[in-house]
Design a protein around this ligand. Structure first.
Ligand SMILES: C[S@@+](CC[C@H](N)C(=O)[O-])C[C@H]1O[C@@H](n2cnc3c(N)ncnc32)[C@H](O)[C@@H]1O
Length: 258
């Protein structure tokens, strides 16, 4: 009933030229709001547009609620697929997210996995435009983050203990590892192919570390992966509402020395 009414409202809005927000997977977007979206300012909606170009958000409560539902739904989809893996993962001491965007999964994992007292690191770079590819090459100006807005969202969520490293100041390899867990969602592994980053990442991982990456459905393991312990798991996306994607989980423990 709500859906039919919402569709009618959306049709009316479209006719009036008012922004229509794409439908989300209802189950995922309806789950608990672990991540809280702060009031949307123009600077924040501009930053969101770079991270999620599919959404036309405007400052105001309607867009704020929608973004919050989307960000939580995205996190729930990934979390559901990784729950078994997290249950078996030893408690990490230091973790790193590569390309956190506006921090949704730093907040989500930190809360769900009780990471209050572990070292949370983020690697992000500022950028004014997106140069998204799928499984593309590695290049220096691929970053499109807004570190000020990332900090604001993290602080709004009470996750003020994240150390953010600016990619324009520091090469990935210079990050202060070793990390017990590294993840990168819709970033390295998805837009920019993992094979260009794998050596740097392995250099940053502790001996028993694990890493997780969003990968496109057409992802095929490449030769350097064959020597590693890895698996691929599907997850449900919140947007597009019928979409599925994959996560690549790598564990270093069975690796020969590199
Ligand atoms: C589509 S956004 C994903 C943001 C966030 N992970 C999420 O899922 O909401 C891609 C992110 O990757 C970052 N990025 C771009 N180039 C990168 C690179 N070479 N290494 C690491 N991160 C990069 C961008 O700055 C941006 O924050």
């Amino acid at each position: 009933m709500v859906t039919i009414l919402q569709r009618l409202i959306d049709r009316g809005r479209r006719a009036l030229g008012i922004t229509v927000l794409p439908e989300l997977d209802e189950r995922l977007s309806g789950r608990e709001r672990v991540f809280r979206a702060p009031p949307l300012t123009r600077e924040l909606t501009d930053a969101i547009k770079l991270i999620s170009p599919q959404f036309d958000l405007t400052p105001g409560e309607r867009s704020r609620r929608y973004w919050e539902a989307d960000q939580n739904g995205a996190c729930w989809g990934e979390y559901e697929a990784l729950e078994g893996f997290f249950a078996s993962m030893p408690r990490p001491r230091r973790v790193l997210e590569i390309g956190p965007g506006l921090g949704r999964s730093l907040v989500f994992f930190s809360r769900k996995l009780g990471w209050d007292d572990i070292e949370l690191h983020a690697y992000e770079g500022e950028g004014e435009t997106t140069k998204y590819t799928v499984l593309g090459p590695r290049f220096d100006d691929s970053f499109c983050g807004n570190i000020r807005m990332l900090r604001r969202v993290l602080e709004f969520n009470g996750i003020g203990n994240v150390t953010i490293f600016d990619a324009h100041d520091l090469d990935m390899r210079q990050l202060p590892g070793p990390y017990d867990f590294i993840w990168s969602f819709y970033s390295v592994g998805f837009h920019w192919a993992l094979e260009h980053f794998l050596d740097d990442l392995l250099h940053l991982m502790s001996d028993a570390a694990a890493a997780v990456f969003t990968v496109p459905n057409e992802f095929e393991p490449f030769p350097e992966l064959e020597g590693l312990s890895f698996r691929i798991v599907a997850f449900k996306m919140v947007w597009p509402k019928d979409g599925y994607l994959k996560l690549l989980v790598i564990e270093k423990k069975t690796l020969p020395d590199r």
